[in-house]
Every structure is written in structure tokens, then in C-alpha cells.
Design a protein around this ligand. Structure first.
Ligand SMILES: Nc1ncnc2c1ncn2[C@@H]1O[C@H](COP(=O)(O)OP(=O)(O)OP(=O)(O)O)[C@@H](O)[C@H]1O
Ligand SMILES: [Mg+2]
Length: 312
């Protein structure tokens, strides 16, 4: 790993007395609309994954569902809890994580995930600091999508990330932000991961249907290459108190009965923070969106959750 520049921005924990969501065991589908309280569903069967170092893939082949937002804000929440976190951008789109989270590159060669997948360098070589203390990144590149069809791709390329991740221990958590396809980089992320997080847009019925084809890929990877892979959480992004969001929440709970179901409340600050290329958590520390990611990060790692919670 390249330690090139000092990381200067400290990420602090949030105050416990903010309006975090309640933690519930079931999605409320029966109360009258006015009495409906939105909560994060933690099923009785859910257990935080005890494995460290831990690898988490954020995946959904549907575009624009909040994968990058989820990967970035969860990473920031984990950093605020004192963990050493690496964010891997496995999306070749130019407007993806690498355009948002600036890596502190040294002079000279800049390794990317493409170089890792072509075996030109190790994952550690391609890991660079960011301005945020405790957060590191591996950038993507526009040529990442070419790996799949290249004649030069190494045999077993889909297991390369898993290989690198299983041979190093510098990070408590590595989060991989997949692109909107089920192509090679996404499969490599699923092969390497212990947990998958699946964001869907809370107000899109199509996203729920699309989750079925993601399940097929996950089950294929599970069957052949990564038997312990599990869906640890689904995120209902851009969540509002509409009847549609409520119905979709119920369907996600049904589809993923052992996973956390996390409503991520809508905030106009999300777009503003993206424009400013800042993590929402630092741009406006107490937005409801930040609180929901913060609580999810605590639940996923088995950390203490804030005690004073107020349902929305
Ligand atoms: N809680 C929220 N509040 C407001 N807007 C939100 C929220 N969650 C998601 N969004 C909107 O969803 C958009 C898409 O998010 P993001 O770029 O993370 O999706 P993605 O799944 O990574 O997309 P792609 O598939 O193209 O990589 C955000 O730019 C934002 O406008
Ligand atoms: Mg993205």
C-alpha cells in the first residue's frame, strides 16, 4: 500500500441523541398510515458477521439504485467507528466512486483495479490513501470493462480479488462498489465477499423484480466459488413515507428474511454533497440519510447501537 500523503480529515462519531430509526424485528404492514413507524428490520436470525478482515460487496445490476452512495457512506460510518476501511471501485463508469472520492496518488505510476485484474500489481499496490483518516481506496478506470473480453486476462481472473484479500490483513473492512452489470468485476466482487449488500430504490417496483436476477448470480457464485456468501442487508434508498415505499419494504423483507432491511431516508442534501464531492456525513453531519447508514454500519459490525432513538 502506498502511504503518500498525510490524511488530514478526521471523521468523528455522531452524537447518540440524534433521531435514529427504531430497530424492529418485522416490517409494519398493518398499522394505519398515520400510526406507521418506519424502523430498521433486524430479523431474529440476523447475526453480524464475526469475520475480520471483512469483505463487503455492494451490488445490484440495476443502475442508479444507490450502490455508490451506500458503499461510500457506510465506509465513512465505519471509519468514524475507528475501523480501517478500504473502498474498491469496481465500476468502470467515469461518474462512479473514483470521480467522487479522490485518491492521494504519488508521483509516477497510478495502479488501478484493472491492473490488479491483469496481474500487473497486487491489490495492496493499487491501494492509496484518501483525505479521510482511516479511509483508503482502489480506483477503477475506464478500461475496467475491457478485462472481460480481453485475450490477456489471466486464468481464474474472477478469483483474483479473493486471492489478494485472503492474503492481506491491513484493513478491518474492504467494501467493493460494483457497477450496474453482472459482468466480471461484479462476479469478482461476489467471489471475494463475505457479505453482499443490495440497495434498491424504495419507490421502484422494478428494482424488487430485478433483485431476482441478482439472486441467481449470487446463488451461482455461492454454489461454485464462494459457499459462505450471504446477503447481509438490503437498503431501501431514497426512502419516503409513501404507500409504495411501504409495500416495497414489505416485499424486500419477504424476499430476504434473514437480512437487515434498512430504509435510507430521502434527503436533498445527498445531491448537494455529491456536487461538492463530499461525503454526506461531513457535508451535513446529522441528516436522516447519514443516521440510517450509521445505524446500519453499527448493526453490520455488531457495534453498540445508539440508545436514544426516535422513530420517524
Ligand atoms: N437517501 C437518499 N436521498 C436522496 N437521494 C438519494 C438517496 N439515496 C439515493 N439517492 C439518489 O440516487 C442516486 C443514485 O445513487 P448512486 O450513484 O449511489 O447509484 P448507483 O446504484 O451506484 O448507480 P450506478 O448503477 O450508475 O453505479 C443518487 O445520486 C441520489 O440522487
Ligand atoms: Mg455506482
Amino acid at each position: 500500500m502506498r502511504e503518500t500523503q498525510a490524511q488530514t480529515v478526521q471523521v468523528s462519531p455522531l452524537s447518540d441523541d440524534l433521531a435514529f430509526l427504531d430497530i424492529v424485528t418485522e416490517w409494519d404492514l398493518s398499522s394505519a398510515y398515520h400510526d406507521w413507524k418506519v424502523g430498521i428490520v433486524v430479523p431474529d436470525t440476523f447475526r453480524p458477521n464475526p469475520i475480520t478482515p471483512r469483505v463487503i460487496a455492494v451490488a445490484n445490476q440495476k443502475g442508479g439504485v444507490g450502490k455508490t452512495l451506500t458503499a461510500f457512506e457506510l465506509a465513512m460510518a465505519l471509519v468514524a467507528r475507528g475501523l480501517r476501511v478500504r473502498l474498491v471501485d469496481a465500476d468502470p463508469q467515469m461518474a462512479a466512486l473514483s470521480a467522487w472520492l479522490i485518491a492521494c496518488f504519488p508521483e509516477g505510476k497510478r495502479w488501478t483495479l484493472t491492473d490488479v485484474l491483469f496481474e500487473r500489481c497486487s491489490l495492496a499496490d493499487a491501494t492509496y490513501p484518501t483525505p479521510y483518516v482511516g479511509l483508503y481506496t482502489v480506483v477503477s478506470g475506464p478500461d475496467l470493462g475491457e478485462v472481460e473480453n480481453s485475450h490477456e486476462k489471466p486464468p481464474g481472473v474472477e478469483s483474483l480479488l479473493q486471492y489478494h484479500l485472503s492474503t492481506e490483513d491491513q484493513f478491518d473492512v474492504t467494501i467493493i462498489d460494483a457497477g450496474p452489470t453482472l459482468g466480471l468485476p461484479t462476479v469478482a466482487a461476489l467471489v471475494a465477499a463475505h457479505d453482499v449488500l443490495v440497495p434498491v430504490q424504495a419507490a421502484s417496483g422494478l428494482d424488487v423484480k430485478g433483485a431476482a436476477s441478482l439472486m441467481q448470480t449470487i446463488n451461482r457464485v455461492k454454489g461454485r466459488l464462494n459457499p459462505n456468501l450471504r446477503i447481509a442487508a438490503t437498503f431501501l434508498t431514497d426512502f419516503d413515507r409513501s404507500t409504495l415505499s411501504r409495500t416495497i419494504g414489505g416485499q424486500m423483507v419477504k424476499a430476504f428474511p434473514d437480512a437487515l432491511v434498512v430504509p435510507v431516508r430521502r434527503s436533498v442534501r445527498v445531491g448537494e454533497a455529491q456536487l461538492a464531492m463530499a461525503p454526506l456525513r461531513l457535508f451535513t453531519p446529522g441528516t436522516t440519510t447519514t443516521l440510517d447508514y450509521d445505524l446500519a454500519a453499527a448493526l453490520l459490525t455488531g457495534a453498540t447501537v445508539p440508545t436514544q432513538r426516535t422513530a420517524s
